[in-house]
Design a protein around this ligand. Structure first.
Ligand code: PLP
Length: 450
């Protein structure tokens, strides 16, 4: 790229200034870390980049490699860092709690856990008031499916094709993308047609897709189901917003069949979509169970399930526990996250900057044929690359190439979608308009060289 730059007249987009210098680093080099990773870490990792970065510092929307080079983090640790890397208020909360008590378990009373549960419950409409803490999104969804099955006495669950819900036995069953499913027993889940507004046969007609759920209930089950689980915007699946009208129709069918409606807010929760705090709110529905993780702790491992007192009763007097779920350090972080989101008005920022970014990305679509679709809400945006707009042939190699070139410029984005041809843009919610400009200019520059 640097050779190209010398030859080319158009100036490289400039990273916005940022007043922070990371502390000196004297640890192992990127090469040494890579060699350890190859020797001692599971090979089951994603190689997005030809040369993986070694990241040693983070500050707000920026990351720093071991040489102190700054990167704009437009992936947010997979839609996880919502307040900003090492946000001082979250760091203080974690440090202070760590100094006092690192672990207690749910068997005992602890202020951090109780205070966060109360603050979290206040973020929900209706009767969604009872919180169970877990350590991850997978665990939260496993617990939600378990509760729904216990509550209804049914086993059948319906999820949507192209959805992602986790990687343990039950959640892998609910996940509906072949690359995340392995040949092990995953019983009792039916996968409904994806209300995919870009590739789906019914376009944006949510009611037509919803009929497939009715058919599954009629032909694939006894007529009674345990649950329906869906993301409001499919994250891993390539930032796919469910077609309008779909969720209310499906919720109604599921409830008629005696089932519970589970909203997987692992990616779309915690103000990310800008217009609402929870993704489901944009669809005008109220779920029976909501699951969350990622943004809840700004990167500190934490997940949660929120449900109604009536549904929560299914676990009363059962020996169900989770050693680390609701750890005081994680829940202290969770409370600090809610405080920062509110104090810094980050939902409004996600809406303002996200709308601006989407508008600018959409104008890139007018310039480059390879951009087939720009979609998403707030700071949960997707850009799908296709070789041919008519045929929508996924431009997989080009997607990786652009990501790699943007990384060289200091811009980190993710990718996803069933074909791996969708850029995922899910930065910390403190992302600014200048950051958005830098990202779009960087993408523009890279696409112009292809
Ligand atoms: N649900 C959704 C929507 C996700 O995106 C993910 C992870 O990407 C999960 C569940 C699983 O969460 P975790 O990786 O924390 O187990």
């Amino acid at each position: 790229l640097s050779q190209q730059l010398q030859e080319n007249e158009s100036p490289l987009p400039k990273m916005p200034p940022f007043d922070y210098t990371p502390p000196p680093y004297s640890g192992p080099s990127a090469e040494e870390i890579l060699s350890k990773r190859l020797q001692f870490l599971s090979p089951a990792v994603f190689h997005f980049f030809k040369n993986p970065l070694s990241l040693v510092d983070g500050k707000m929307q920026y990351l720093f490699d071991e040489k102190g080079r700054r990167y704009l983090d437009a992936f947010g640790g997979i839609a996880t860092v919502c307040c900003g890397h090492c946000h001082p208020h979250v760091v203080d909360a974690v440090v202070n709690q760590t100094k006092r008590l690192q672990h207690s378990t749910i068997l005992y009373l602890n202020p951090a856990i109780a205070e966060f549960a109360e603050a979290l419950a206040a973020k929900f409409p209706g009767d969604l008031k009872v919180v169970f803490f877990t350590n991850s999104g997978t665990e939260a969804n496993e617990l939600a499916l378990l509760m729904a099955r216990l509550y209804t006495g049914c086993h059948d669950v319906i999820s949507i094709r192209n959805g992602y819900h986790g990687n343990a036995a039950g959640t892998m069953g609910a996940t509906a993308q072949s690359s995340y499913k392995f040949n092990v027993v995953q019983s009792g889940v039916h996968h409904a047609q994806n209300p995919d507004q870009y590739r789906g046969v019914f376009g944006s007609d949510g009611l037509k897709y919803a009929r497939d759920v009715d058919d599954i209930i009629t032909y694939g089950t006894s007529g009674h189901v345990a649950a329906f689980i869906a993301e409001a915007i499919q994250g891993v699946g390539g930032i796919m917003e469910l077609a309008p009208g779909y969720l209310p129709a499906v919720y109604s069918s599921i409830r008629k069949a005696g089932g519970l409606c589970i909203a997987d807010e692992v990616q779309s929760g915690f103000a990310r979509t800008g217009s609402h705090f929870w993704g489901f709110e944009a669809h005008g529905v109220v779920p029976d169970i909501v699951t969350m993780a990622k943004g809840i702790g700004n990167g500190i491992p934490l997940g949660a399930v929120v449900t109604t007192p009536e549904i929560a009763k299914v676990l009363a007097h059962r020996s169900y526990f989770n050693t680390f779920g609701g750890n005081p350090v994680s829940t202290a972080a969770g409370l600090a996250v809610l405080q920062v989101l509110e104090k810094e008005n980050l939902q409004q920022n996600a809406l303002t900057v996200g709308s601006y970014l989407k508008e600018r990305l959409t104008s890139l679509k007018d310039k480059y044929e390879i951009i087939g679709d720009v979609r998403g809400r707030g700071l949960m945006l997707g850009v799908e690359l296709v070789k041919d707009r008519q045929l929508k042939t996924p431009a997989k190699v080009e997607t990786l190439h652009v990501m790699d070139q943007m990384k060289e410029m200091g811009i980190l984005i993710g990718k996803g979608g069933f074909f791996g041809n969708v850029f995922r843009i899910t930065p910390p919610l403190c992302f600014t308009k200048d950051d958005a400009d830098f990202l779009v200019d960087g993408m523009d520059y890279t696409l112009s060289k292809m």
